[in-house]
Design a binder for this molecule. Sequence first.
Ligand code: FE2
Ligand code: FE2
Length: 481
Amino acid sequence: MSIINVDYSTRIPNNVGLSDDRRVLRALEGWHPGYLDWWRNMGPTGFQESLVYLRTAYSVDPRGWAKFDYVRMPEYRWGILLAPAEEDRKVPFGEHFGEPAWQDVPGEYRAMLRRLVVIQGDTEPASVEQQRHLGQTAPSLYDMRNLFQVNVEEGRHLWAMVYILHKYFGRDGRDEAEELLQRRSGSADKPRMLGAFNEATPDWLSFFMFTYFTDRDGKMQLHSLAQSGFDPLARTCRFMLTEEAHHMFVGETGISRVVQRTCEAMTAAGVDDANDVAAVRALGVIDLPTIQKKLNLHYSLSLDLFGSEVSTNAANAFNAGVKGRYRETQIEDDHQLRSATYPVLKLAGGEITSVEEPALTALNMRLRDDYTNDCVKGILRWNKVIDQAGFSFRLTLPHVAFHRQIGEFRDVEATPEGVLIDQATWRREKDRWLPTRQDGEFVASLMQPQYEAGRFALWIAPPKVGIDNKPGDFEYVQLAS
Ligand SMILES: [Fe+2]
Ligand SMILES: [Fe+2]
C-alpha cells in the first residue's frame, strides 16, 4: 500500500509508518536535538524568530502536496517523505535487470549504497551552511523567503538521507548520521565531502548561480538514484526531486531578473556597449561580463561534481543496479550496456579529442552531458532577455575543459572556448574569465538589504508572479521586531 498523506501525529512528520517502527522513531528522535542545534548554529544567521511564508509538504501526491503558511524556521516540520511505491517495481538496469526491486539493502552492495547516501546527504546541510549569511543582504522579502525555503528543504533532504541511514544501515548508519552534523562547509579540519560544497556563496548572484548550476547537479544525481534497485532510496529521491525543482527555479529566475534589470538600466541611460563595465557599474547594476564570469565559475565547479569521465566506480554502481542513468526507464537499449560505447572527450597528444569508450565506464560523462544539455535551457532564456532589450551580448557555457580540478582536464588550462593554453597565458588571462577580487567587491557593494514589502534592490527586477500567487506587495517574511 502506498501512503500518500503525511502523518503529523508523531514529532517527526512522515509517510513511512514511523509510529509503528519504534526503533527508527527512537533513533530519529535521538538525532533530532543535534539537528536543531546544527540548524540554530549553522542555519540562517538571524531571522530564526521571523515568520516566513513557507511551504510544507502534507502529501506526496504530485497533484497537490504543499501547503503555505507563516512558520518560524526552527519550528518547520521537517519530515520523512517517500514518493508512493510503484507496484511490482523491478530493478530497471544492470546485472539484476528485471528482478524485483529490493526493499532492503543487499549485503553485497551495502558499502556502496552507504557511501552514495552519505555523499548525497553531505551536500544538503553543506549548502545551508554556505548560504547562511545571505538573509542579511536579501534584495527583497520575496527573495529572502525563497532563500529560506531552499534552506529548510535542504534540511529536509538531510532528514531524508538520515532516515535511510538509520533505517537500513544499523550502527554504521547511526554513526554516519552523526557525522553529517559534524562536518562543516569550508572547514580546514572537517570539510564537507565535495569541492563545490566548500566554496563560499558570498553574494546573491553567487546564490542564484549556485541554485541554477549546483542544485542542478543535485537534480542529475537524484535522478540517477531515483532509478536505484534499492526501492526506498529510489522513492525518497523521487520526492526530493519535486522539491528540488523550486531551487532551480529560484536560480533561473534570479539570474534572469538580474540580467533584465541590467539591460533596463543600460537602455535607460543610453549605454550601448554591454562590455563597458565601468559605465554599467556606474548605474548600480551588475554588468553582463561579470555575470558571465560568475557563470563560468559555478558551471566549472559543478562539472567537477560529476567525477572522472571514465570511472569504474560508476560502472560498478550501474552493474549492481544501485545508480542508474538520467531517465533510465525512458532509454531504449538493453539497460545493461554490454557492448555499447559512448563518446568521451579526452586529452590525446596535447589535443582535446572525442574517443569512444565502453558506455559502462563512461556513465559519469554521459550524466555530465545530460547536465550540460539541461543547463543550456537557462542560457537560452537569459539571452532572450538580452536580445529583446536590443543588446548583442550573449551569455555562453564555457567549454568543459575550462577551469577543471577533476577528471581528464585537471592538469591543463583552457580558455572558455576550449583552446588549450600554457600556465603563463592562463595566469595572464584568467581575470577576464573568472571573477576577480574587484568583481567580488563590486557585487558585494550592491548587496544592501531591502526589507520593505514589495520593494526590490536596484540591481534586480521584481519577479513576474509571486509565490503561491501572492500579490507584489505581499509580506513574505514578517521580521521579528
Ligand atoms: Fe537538496
Ligand atoms: Fe536543492
